[in-house]
Design a protein around this ligand. Structure first.
Ligand SMILES: Cc1cc2nc3c(=O)[nH]c(=O)nc-3n(C[C@H](O)[C@H](O)[C@H](O)COP(=O)(O)OP(=O)(O)OC[C@H]3O[C@@H](n4cnc5c(N)ncnc54)[C@H](O)[C@@H]3O)c2cc1C
Length: 194
């Protein structure tokens, strides 16, 4: 399915919202879910949603089909555990009961500098960040804070502290930490988690 169709998926509003942030209309008209996940760009939106919702990715190859949890698929920047002769044929994104999405990029349509996805699944809140490592990163300290009754502000601070971003052309390590904390705060707010 192409990103432009994903934008219309009212039954999965987190996916639809994430897809709206992918590039521009021309990009969304051509790019596909399978291609984005297989490409495994650390700044891409769909891998973060896949990891953040514990998506199940079904791949087909000469030996048949196998299903891989999203977090096991992403190995490093632009690298997955797919074999050369395998292709993604289905992605099952669980439906969160509450969700939030926040992204920071320099200009609308640019690749994200930081993306935060909040998804409540089976009663547990998952906080996942893109753009702060080679693969989507679970902010497990932030999740522990929330599970222990801490506030969204405390969880955002925990996320900012626990990640290990690297500096690049777009920003320093403190900059990315600050943006990540703020994106987690916004994603939690849009999930109605305070
Ligand atoms: C100018 C520009 C801006 C962009 N901005 C963004 C952005 O902001 N956010 C974002 O997330 N993405 C962005 N993208 C990426 C784009 O949205 C696509 O997701 C990405 O290029 C993959 O495209 P595709 O689906 O056509 O896959 P392809 O380009 O055809 O394939 C990409 C790779 O995945 C492999 N592949 C494709 N489909 C499968 C499959 N089903 N199973 C296994 N392997 C497969 C291919 O062999 C190839 O190695 C941008 C791209 C461009 C050119």
């Amino acid at each position: 399915m192409r990103h432009s169709r994903l934008v219309e998926q009212a039954h999965h509003p987190l996916l639809a919202e994430a897809a709206r942030w992918i590039g521009h209309t021309a990009i969304r008209t051509r790019g596909t879910i399978g291609g984005s996940i297989a490409h495994a760009d650390p700044s891409a939106e769909l891998p973060v949603v896949a990891a953040g919702t514990a998506a199940q990715i079904t791949v087909a190859g000469p030996a048949g089909e196998r299903t891989v949890p999203a977090q096991q698929l992403f190995v490093s920047a632009l690298m997955t555990s797919l074999e050369d002769d395998e292709m993604i044929v289905r992605v099952r994104f669980p439906q969160p009961t509450r969700w939030g999405f926040a992204e920071f990029s320099r200009r609308h349509g640019d690749f994200a500098l930081v993306t935060a996805v909040v998804a409540e699944i089976d009663g547990a809140v998952r906080v996942t960040l893109g753009g702060v490592g080679a693969v989507p990163v679970r902010a497990t300290e932030a999740e522990r804070v929330l599970a222990g009754g801490g506030s969204a502000a405390d969880a955002a601070r925990a996320a900012s502290a626990e990640i290990e971003p690297t500096a690049d052309l777009h920003g320093t390590v403190p900059f990315r930490r600050a943006i990540a904390g703020e994106m987690v705060r916004r994603a939690l707010a849009s999930a109605d988690i305070d």
